[in-house]
Write a protein of this length. Structure first.
Length: 376
């Protein structure tokens, strides 16, 4: 089965369209119970924008894939590269916050090398190299796009005859300067807030379950690691808002799911959100969490499965909104400027994205090909 992986990027050195700014208040509002439906979306090809594009993982052999960059309006290949994967690298935040660079491992093992590449076909730079006995794992961009937080390990997971070596590093993209900031856990980095000098990362254990989430405080050495255990362990994923002010945790256990959020370094202020989707994502440039709801058939996770509602919740104001129409069953993410939501349609035939213009509610179908789509 050929896997097609997508990540959303900005092309042609475009300046992203400004979004309505999210509130800068640190106060957290009590969630509102009101909902603001919008008009039913109307399909239109005009929704697609050539200034933005995708990274499509079009073919793979072993742990090496061919990744092609294309625009929303054309499947012509703009540039290509060959990332390598292992373990939980598929959970990495590959694309920079401005959508103009991608990071990837090549090679991923026995001295892993992390590259940063311009999506428009510019230079490819090696920004981090691990020791020979180490292997690359999950990474995430800093919220300002100037750095990366990177997890590596020695490949000794679960049942292993030797000692486990697990490390977390920060990398400055411009200079290549790197620093080991923590060790001893299999981390799944979510974000590095360089201004606040904080890193947030999930912690995984046997079977790939999320067993904790940590805040690594880089303000004073030795760096403190504050850990919040997750009991029982869950199949869940952390994601940080674009400004690194908030973190969400989405959990999908097949027919049931849950969603919660908290201020970046204050997990004790966790709040739950009524949630009926499979995945959730922050809309860039806002404090809004979005997901696909109204799944048909109810609670479905495999085809035939479709969404009838696109829902959002603003963690600052408590405002909720619902757009009703025909969508893919899961939210893959957003165009990097937040102007369009991307939902995955697995409803027969080649898989595609249903692109939803956030302001107008209009939709367009974007074929990506392949029998299976994985987004990151």
């Amino acid at each position: 089965m050929r896997a097609v992986a997508l990540a959303f990027v900005a092309l042609l050195a475009c300046q992203p369209v400004a979004n309505a700014p999210s509130s800068q208040s640190v106060a957290v509002a009590t969630p509102s119970t009101t909902s603001t439906p919008s008009a039913t979306p109307a399909p239109t090809a005009g929704v697609l924008d050539a200034r933005f594009g995708l990274v499509v993982l079009a073919a793979s052999r072993g742990n090496t894939s061919t990744a092609n960059v294309r625009s929303e309006t054309s499947d012509a290949v703009i540039t290509a590269f060959m990332p390598q994967e292992r373990s939980w690298t598929t959970l990495s935040k590959t694309v920079s916050p401005d959508g103009r660079s991608v990071a990837y491992w090549a090679p991923v093992d026995n001295g892993p090398v992390l590259h940063v590449r311009d999506v428009s076909g510019g230079g490819d730079r090696m920004v981090f190299t691990g020791a020979r006995q180490m292997y690359g794992n999950t990474f995430a961009w800093s919220s300002d796009g100037a750095g990366l937080v990177v997890a590596i390990d020695n490949g000794c997971q679960e049942i292993c005859p030797g000692p486990q070596v697990k490390e977390l590093w920060t990398v400055d993209v411009a200079s290549g300067a790197s620093e080991k900031v923590a060790s001893g856990k299999f981390w799944l980095p979510a974000v590095w807030d360089r201004g606040a000098k904080l890193v947030v990362a999930g912690v995984t254990g046997p079977g790939g379950y999320l067993v904790a989430h940590d805040v690594i405080d880089l303000r004073q050495q030795p760096y403190a690691v504050r850990s919040t255990e997750v009991r029982p362990a869950i199949i869940g994923r952390l994601a940080a808002s674009g400004d690194a002010r908030f973190v969400l945790l989405s959990v999908d256990s097949g027919g049931t799911s849950s969603l919660s959020w908290w201020p970046l370094a204050e997990p004790q202020k966790r709040q739950d959100v009524a949630f009926d989707g499979a995945t959730a994502a922050w809309r860039p440039g806002t404090s809004e969490i979005w997901w696909v709801g109204g799944l048909t058939p109810a609670g479905c996770r495999v085809p035939p499965c479709a969404g009838t509602e696109l829902r959002s919740f603003d963690v600052v104001t408590g405002r909720t909104a619902t757009s009703r129409g025909s969508y893919g069953a899961t939210l893959a993410g957003f165009r990097v400027d937040g102007s369009a939501a991307m939902t995955v349609d697995r409803g027969g035939g080649p898989e595609s994205l249903i692109v939803v213009d956030v302001m107008t509610g209009q939709t367009a179908r974007l074929a990506v090909g392949g029998p299976f789509v994985r987004l990151r």
